[in-house]
Design a protein around this ligand. Sequence first.
Ligand code: UDP
Ligand code: MG
Length: 138
Amino acid sequence: MSNITFTMLKPDSVRNGNIGAILDKIIKSGFIIKAMKFTKMSNEKASKFYAIHSERPFFNDLVEYMTSGPIVAAILEKDNAVNEFRDLIGSTNPEEAEEGTIRKMFAKSISENAIHGSDSDENAKIECEFHFGADEIY
Ligand code: UDP
Ligand code: MG
């Protein structure tokens, strides 16, 4: 079991002024910030990040959405971080997300769903290294 996960507060969260509220919820849920940056992904970077979904019908819209404005990317630490964080963010579709989860509170739709969370320890490591160099992690 790893204690690290990767997140992005997606462009809709930045646009709608929800960064502060979402980070507050993450920190109050016991996650420690190990790295953080405010950045805008290029088309190439977003396509690479979501390469696993490249054959899905929503891929082009997903890349367009994820490059439509800046994001907040972060590495978070907590025991059982990946599973705990997926619980905190809720289902991909906010209509199916449980009460009190970040997606239930802040997401508008299954596509513009406020936040990303790694789905496995293996992908958490890949995603952290994709966005951060060793000298940016504390
Ligand atoms: N997505 C979408 N339509 C779908 C499924 C997913 O637009 O039917 C988008 C959504 O932004 C989601 C991302 O693609 O967060 C990655 O999908 P995944 O199934 O990995 O969901 P997640 O792990 O983010 O819950
Ligand atoms: Mg996923």
